[in-house]
Design a binder for this molecule. Structure first.
Ligand code: CP
Length: 315
């Protein structure tokens, strides 16, 4: 089975993964789903290894699932609190990285508000670094968990039509998903007002663009909603939240354009009544939102497993 190869000692983005590496990670993660449903969820694969979670931005799903993933595989997991760290006293990102490196961690899981910051940090440490989301750049483990969710619910990814809707311009989730889903053979549509699409985005990236929800959702198998990422916006991108919901919020009425069994996805956190109607999000037959959370733990276990295999083989 393929594993993340030597140049990919870090997992910084989907762009740097080969297709067979993506498939190997999904295959491994699929196996961990069953483990996570058992009462005894512990393995010793990472026993003796140290994982540090370093989150410069808030997180519920990613940070918690990385912590659970490391602990379920037997690692010693440290959650560094940035708010209570020397970063608050002016220490730079690189000094922080080198300080942590001196403590001999085996894996650093890093989220940062600046695109490229995680790759920069990775150049100053000797351990594996996993990008847990950097600015508007990439969120690779989110795209992997989304792919695993689709694969388990639909049995395949190739040939499916996936509509990614909302604030594409500020979304690292959209970027990683575009890269991953097109690579695995899905037809990807981006549905957003022109102000929320990245400049230059179009067919050269293997995607179709839509500015109308009903047209963009026509015949879609998967409807992936994104929130307005106001923390990364400078200025106003929509006239009002009420108007945004009217034209781009997912309601049963707009969803009727998609396939009758279309799956609803959202990476979270959700803003109910802004990009999605709460009753649509909560529909247990159509919504895969909590499946995505569950798959997140399994995918992060697979990433930790693959990135540390060379250490176990060397031991
Ligand atoms: N989807 C996601 O990254 O959620 P968190 O911000 O809660 O980690």
């Amino acid at each position: 089975m393929a594993t993340i190869s030597a140049p990919h000692r870090h997992l910084l983005g989907i762009a740097s993964l080969a297709t067979e590496e993506i498939e190997a990670l999904l295959e491994t993660a699929d196996g961990f789903v069953d483990l996570n449903r058992r009462s005894d969820k512990k393995l010793a694969l990472l026993r003796g290894l140290t994982q540090i979670n370093l989150f410069f931005e808030s997180s519920t799903r990613t940070r918690t699932s990385f912590e659970l993933a490391g602990k379920r595989l037997g690692a010693d997991v440290v959650n560094m609190s940035v708010g209570a760290s020397a970063i608050k006293k002016g220490e730079t990102l690189i000094d922080t990285a080198m300080t942590l490196n001196a403590m001999h961690p085996d894996v650093l899981v890093v989220r940062h508000h600046d695109s490229g910051a995680v790759a920069l940090l990775a150049r100053h440490v000797r351990c594996a670094v996993i990008n847990a989301g950097d600015g508007t750049h990439e969120h690779p483990t989110q795209a992997l968990l989304d792919a695993l969710t689709i694969r388990r619910r639909r049995g395949r990814i190739a040939g499916l039509t996936v509509a990614i809707c909302g604030d594409i311009a500020h979304s690292r989730v959209a970027r990683s998903n575009i890269l991953l889903l097109t690579r695995l053979g899905a037809r990807v549509r981006l549905v957003a007002p022109p102000t929320l699409l990245p400049p230059g985005m179009g067919p050269q990236y293997g995607v179709e663009l839509f500015h109308d929800m009903r047209a963009g959702l026509e015949g879609a198998d998967i409807v992936m909603m994104l929130r307005l990422q106001s923390e990364r916006m400078q200025g106003s991108f929509v006239p009002s939240l009420r108007e945004y919901f009217r034209f781009f919020g997912l309601t049963w009425e707009k969803l009727a354009s998609a396939r009758p069994d279309a799956l609803i996805m959202h990476p979270g956190p959700m803003n109910r009544g802004v990009e999605i109607d709460g009753v649509v999000a909560d529909d247990i037959d159509r919504s895969a939102i909590l499946d995505q959370v569950e798959m997140g733990v399994a995918v992060r276990m697979a990433c930790l497993d693959h990135l540390t295999r060379h250490l176990r083989e060397a031991a």
